[in-house]
Design a protein around this ligand. Structure first.
Ligand code: GLN
Length: 312
């Protein structure tokens, strides 16, 4: 008999590996209609049909499909974890003085959105919000700040994230004018002091990289944290993932899938199944809103079939 993934909950469920493989194959097919973003030279080199997924349950069991050894940059999937780190280090007031917690309606890098909001980022899941949070990470330079974050995350999650220096070189080789304008707007509004260190830190943390296993383990941080203070912050992070994690698509995805989820421009996606587990996926082609086509398809199949929506 083939192994099954048992997720021990009141509503115990099982997933057959053959089923996961069939969905993943369909996800790869569908992903071919997506686009790989062109603004980071090293990301463009990604293979459109590259695919990896890992599903982890709270008892430590896991099931996967695809390239388990493939490492990729988290990009925006790091944003919930920068938020969690700062909530734990600095507390809610320091964080939410700088960023809001409302969903956005314009693209993740929109300057217009920031200007509508008078220079205070709408939420921590879009670029302006994450740049503002990067400016709050303690440490005298970007390298030290990022090192503190990654050490904390790897300790908490038992993951092996690392800074992909080649990816960082590639990000730095084509300075992102959009992000630069967001930072300057926030200097004007007084949300950040130093645009340069904020951007350097932001770019570096976006290049934190790992496998789908590392990403799923990070997701588990938000699921089963025994520490009471951290678990309060985890609730805040999951709520913001559910309402803002996929930018303008967040509301639609909440209806169709109903799991707190965060995507990144590398094609990484992470969903958290509160109290039960986490699903990490990597599939590079993106839709027009900047979310992984194959990743969102797979999540929808899993969540619908296993009735995982938090709104069930
Ligand atoms: N580093 C990327 C950027 O600033 C992250 C954005 C994303 O993943 N959506 O564009």
């Amino acid at each position: 008999m083939s192994p099954t993934l048992k997720i021990p909950t009141t509503k115990l469920f099982c997933l057959q590996p053959e089923q996961l493989e069939a969905w993943a194959t369909e996800a790869i097919n569908r992903s071919l209609s997506g686009q790989i973003p062109a603004y980071i030279p090293l990301l463009v080199q990604a293979d459109k049909s590259e695919f990896a997924v890992q599903i982890r349950a709270i008892d430590g069991e896991f099931m996967g499909f695809g390239r388990a050894d493939k490492t990729f940059p988290l990009m925006s999937v790091v944003k919930p974890f920068v938020l969690l780190y700062l909530l734990c280090e600095l507390g809610e007031t320091a964080v939410f003085d700088r960023v809001g917690c409302e969903p956005s309606e314009l693209p993740f890098n929109s300057l217009t959105q920031l200007q509508i909001d008078k220079g205070k980022p709408r939420n921590p899941m879009i670029n302006s919000g994450a740049i503002a949070l990067a400016s709050l990470i303690p440490g005298e330079n970007a390298i030290i700040r990022c090192q503190k974050l990654v050490t904390w995350l790897n300790q908490q999650a038992n993951s092996q994230l690392f800074v992909d220096e080649l990816m960082l070189d590639s990000v730095n080789a084509t300075p992102n004018q959009n992000n630069g304008n967001l930072a300057l707007e926030m200097v004007k509004s007084g949300v950040i002091q130093d645009a340069e260190i904020a951007l350097e830190t932001y770019n570096r943390v976006c290049c934190l990289s790992g496998t789908v296993e590392d990403l799923a383990k990070l997701g588990m941080l938000l699921v089963n944290n025994g520490d009471r203070t951290i678990s309060e912050h985890c609730r805040t992070v999951k709520a913001l993932m559910a309402t803002c994690g996929l930018y303008q698509a967040s509301g639609r995805f909440a209806v169709r899938v109903g799991l707190p989820t965060k995507s990144g421009v590398s094609g990484a996606v992470l969903s958290v199944i509160p109290g039960k587990g986490a699903i990490a996926c990597y599939s590079p082609p993106l839709d027009h809103e900047g979310n992984s086509v194959g990743g969102l398809f797979l999540l929808e199949q899993i969540a619908k079939t296993l009735r995982l929506s938090v709104f069930e």
